[in-house]
Ligand binder design. Structure first.
Ligand SMILES: [Cu+2]
Length: 166
């Protein structure tokens, strides 16, 4: 019976389409890496006993302009790794400007004893490394694996059809 041929050619079409889509994805994904580093304005509010936001994500090379505010008592800001320290009084704004040139995770913590839970007043700055190339390679590997699996499925399906007809 020739009915097995139709699904097989359909599968090949699916493989071809997914290959094109994945190839496009690989081409498109590295584009953000080509973007120039940007200046990021962040308002960071300190309150007993947390920062808002508690997590800041930037890309390596970005320039950060942090407007530090405090909404209750005097708080501080100390950024591990960068050695930046600032202190802010409630109602005022302190601007902290620096280049996120080191990749990694860095804690920022309150540097002014502000109450019983002061030691737990910690936030996290994530400076993403320039890994789009690695990401593209990873995506390519996933795509290749997918294609190989598809081809293997088609071959085993064809093999099954041949065996079934004989
Ligand atoms: Cu504090």
């Amino acid at each position: 019976m020739p009915r097995t041929r139709f699904p097989d050619s359909r599968r090949i079409l699916v493989v071809a389409v997914s290959f094109v889509l994945l190839a496009l994805a690989v081409v498109v994904v590295p584009i953000p890496a080509l973007q120039k580093p940007v200046t990021r304005h962040i308002t960071l509010n300190a309150t007993q006993f947390e920062y808002a936001p508690g997590r800041i994500e930037v890309n390596q090379g970005d320039r950060l302009v942090i407007d530090l505010t405090a909404s209750d008592v005097v708080h501080g800001f100390y950024l591990d790794g960068y050695g930046i320290e600032q202190r802010v009084e409630p109602g005022l704004t302190k601007q902290i400007t620096f280049m996120a040139d080191q990749p990694g995770k860095f804690h920022y913590r309150c540097s002014v004893s502000c109450g019983p839970l002061h030691p737990f007043m910690i936030g996290e700055l994530v400076v993403g490394p320039n890994l789009p190339f690695g990401r593209a390679i990873g995506l390519l590997l996933v795509a290749l694996t997918g294609i190989l699996v598809y081809q293997w499925q088609i071959q085993s399906a064809l093999g099954g059809a041949v065996n079934g007809s004989t």
